[in-house]
Write a protein that binds this ligand. Sequence first.
Ligand code: TNX
Length: 545
Amino acid sequence: MHYQVFKMIRTYRAVLPIAGFILLFSCDNTKPSSPEAKLRFESITPKPVSATMSGETFTLTKDMKIVINGSDKELQNIASFLREKINTATGFDADVSEEVSGSGNISLSLDGANKTLESEGYELTVEEDGVKITANSPAGLLWGVQTLRQLLPVEIERSSSAPDVAWEIATGAVRDFPEYSWRGSMLDVSRHFFTVEDVKHHIDLISLYKMNILHLHLSDDQGWRIQIDSWPNLTEIGSRNAVGGGKGGFYTKQDYTEILNYAASRYITIIPEIDMPGHINAALVSYNELLPGPPIRREPAGPEENKPTPGVVHTGIEVGFSTLDIKKDVTFKFVNDVLRELAKMTPGPYLHIGGDEAAVTKKPDYIAFVNRFKEIVKANGKKMVGWEEIAQADVDSTIIVQYWSNPEHAKMAAEKGAKLIFSPAQKVYLDMQYDSTTKLGLHWAAYIEVDSSYMWDPATFVEGIDRDQILGVEAPLWSETLVTMDDVEYMLFPRLPGVAEVGWTSAENRDWQEYKSRLVNQSKRWEVMDINFYRSPKVPWGAGN
Ligand code: TNX
C-alpha cells in the first residue's frame, strides 16, 4: 500500500496535498518487534509469572518523559534511578514529571495494581505509544523497572551514551510476583574486606535480579569489620588483617549507614551477622579478658596451633577453634553491648548471631549461649537469625534458621516451628569451585556448575518441611580465596541469577534447558557491564565468548 501511494505521488504531482493527507491518516505506523527485542522479552530473568508479547514496537525517543502519579519520595527515587540509566546510555535529557502529556512516555504508578500481585509484584505494559508499570509497593515498582531494563537493548547498561542505538522494546505485558519473600546473597567481608564502594557494586548486581536481602558476615576468626564504640579494640586490633595476612579494614558507623541507605534505595534489607559463640577469634585477640579460661590470663599458644593469641589476628582458613566462655560475666557484657549497638544502627528487623561450627564450645554451653542470644536480640527489638546449628536450642516461630548442611538440623528447626532460609552448601555456596580447574574458591561441599546451582527446589530439598515454613533462599559467598571484586564477580556469575530465579520463580515454571538460553542473552548485558564471569561449558554462549 505504501508503494502504491508513492507511485501515485510520482504520477500525479498535482494531487500531492491530497496524497499527503492520505499518507498521514491511512498509513499503518506499526513496526513489528525485531527478533532482538523479542529475544530480550523472552529472556527476562528471573522468569516472570507471565509475559506475553503483542508483536509491535515501542521506541524510546528524546522527547520521552518518566511520568509519576504523585510526589511520593520513593516514587521519585525510583523514577530517578530509571532516568539516570536512560539518560546516561541514550544521551537524552528525559525529565521526571507528574504531568501526563505527549506520548512515548514511561509511567510509574503505585495505584491501580492488582491486589493479587501482593506486596512485591508488578505489572508492566508496553504499548506502541508508551510503557506503564504499576505495583502495590515501591519495591514491586523497582522490580518492574529492573524488568524494563532487561527489555531495553543491552547498551542501556553503558556508562556513556551509545550513538545509533534503536531503543526498541517489544510490546506486550508482564505480570509478575515472587515465589519467596527472602531472596538473598551473603558477602563474607571478614575473611577479606570489601569497601563500601564494593558493597554498593554488589548491591547493584543482585538488584538486577530482584534479590532483596544482603547478609553481611561482619565478624569471624580472621577479622572484625564493624565499629562498636563501647569495644574499640574490636576494630583497632581485630580488623587489621585478612586471610593470608592481607589488608584488613572495617566499616565505621557512617560507612555502615551509607551501605544501609544504598541498600534501602534498592529495597534490599541488610542482615548484619556477628558470628558467635565460635568463629570469634578476632574479638578474643582484641580483648584478653574475653579469652576462655580463668580470669588470670593464661599463656595462649601461638597461631600455628590455632589458639587465640592476644593481639594477633588469625590469617589462616581453618575453622572451629575459637569460642566465647559462658562462665565469664564479661562475655555477656560484650554480647549485650555489641548486639545493642548493632541493633541501634540497623533499621531492618533482623540480627544474625552466627552460631555455626562452634566445635570447641561444649554442647550444653552452646545451647545456653543461643538461648541467651535469643533473649538479647529480642530485648533489642529484633528477630534472631542463625545458622542451622541453632535449631538445637529453644527456637520457635520467631526465629529464622539458615540451613546449610545437615538436613536433620533443618527438620529439627521445622518441628520447633521456626522459619527456614535455604542455603544448601552443595547448591548455593558460591565460593565453591565450578570444577577442579577453577582457580578461585574451595570445594569441600561440591564442585558447583551453573546447572547444579539452578536445578533444585527449596520446597522439596529436605523432605518433610512444610512450604509455609520456608522463607526463601540465600547464596553465601565466603571470601577465604576472594580478594577483589573481579574475584567476587567470577564466583557470582553465571550462578547468581539462577539462585535469584530459584527464589523468585515457582519450580513448575523453571527448566534448565530453557533457562540456559536466557542466560546467554543475559550474558550480553554482563559484557556491557564489564562483569567478570565464568564461561561455563554448560551454556551455549555462542560466538565471541
Ligand atoms: C563453612 S557454612 C562456614 C564458613 C566457611 C565456609 C567456606 C558456615 C556457616 N560456615 O565459615 O567460610 O564453610 O566454604
